[in-house]
Design a protein around this ligand. Structure first.
Ligand code: UDP
Length: 247
């Protein structure tokens, strides 16, 4: 499979449906996968953080955000569409429902994760929600939480601690957890719990979901400053690639 290297981060070029099929096949084959949904902010953090870059090098990185799709296009990679965390989580839950997979949820406020677990259980009655835990624990509790998750033997582990902390968490406990598939899902439990609404379809279609989130949560502006920096860095990479190939 071709990988789209964007500012050093290797993204899978599979489309959404292909990604879901591939991940399901990997689970069936006993291959373990750490899925990272990376947007331009994550890529920019990784540029300055070698530890995160090393995690992304080993993970299955999917393009979460239209910024990544455009960047891939500019760099002439065959990456067609975004694969968002919330949509991938939903598609994996459909598979969990079909195959009776075990699911564990870690992260978000305690009321949020409890509600998300209840909603998911209601929507996907054949998926087994084997446990959940909020993401506001003390550092000393972390190892015990990882042990508890391992003991529950989930097939899917969704971690909502915000990026990139959720992916560092999965990486730290990877060997101990032995879960077939673990994925950081950012604010997805808040959406499932009904605490946060996704942008209306029309905004999503126009690729303006980032703007909707900014208007709803203006405190995100500082993080979203990474987007113009990302665009500048990608254009620079494209330009230097071109001059290298000409030279
Ligand atoms: N969160 C958490 N523990 C923390 C900080 C954050 O569980 O110490 C949760 C938070 O409640 C939310 C999620 O992590 O459910 C992060 O959501 P956000 O939309 O900020 O995700 P991002 O955009 O960073 O991926």
């Amino acid at each position: 499979m071709q990988v789209a290297k964007i500012l050093g981060v290797p993204f899978t070029t599979r489309g959404f449906e292909e990604t879901v099929t591939h991940l399901t096949a990997r689970i069936a084959a006993g291959e373990r996968t750490h899925v990272v949904t990376a947007n331009p902010e994550v890529v920019m953090v990784a540029r300055a953080n070698p530890r995160l870059r090393a995690i992304l090098d080993q993970a299955y990185v999917v393009p979460d955000g239209i910024g990544i799709v455009y960047a891939a296009r500019w760099l002439k990679y065959p990456l067609r569409e975004r694969v968002t965390g919330i949509e991938l989580m939903t598609a994996l839950m459909e598979r969990a429902d079909a195959y009776g997979w075990r699911v564990y949820l870690l992260g978000a406020a305690s009321e949020v994760v409890r509600k998300a677990a209840a909603e998911l259980g209601r929507h996907y009655p054949h998926a087994q929600i084997v446990g959940w835990r909020d993401g506001y624990y003390r550092k000393e509790e972390e190892e015990a939480i990882a042990e508890e998750i391992a003991a529950k033997r989930p097939d899917l582990l969704f971690v909502a601690l915000g990026a990139p902390r959720q992916d560092e968490w999965i990486h730290t406990y990877w060997d101990r957890l032995q879960v077939p598939l673990a994925m950081g899902v950012g604010g997805s439990f808040d959406v499932w719990a009904g605490a946060v609404k996704r942008a209306p379809q029309i905004w999503q279609k126009m690729h303006l979901e980032w703007l909707y989130r900014l208007l709803k949560q203006p405190s995100r502006w500082r993080r979203q400053l990474a987007i113009p920096q990302f665009v500048a860095a990608v254009l620079w990479e494209k330009w230097t690639q071109r001059t290298e190939s000409q030279g």
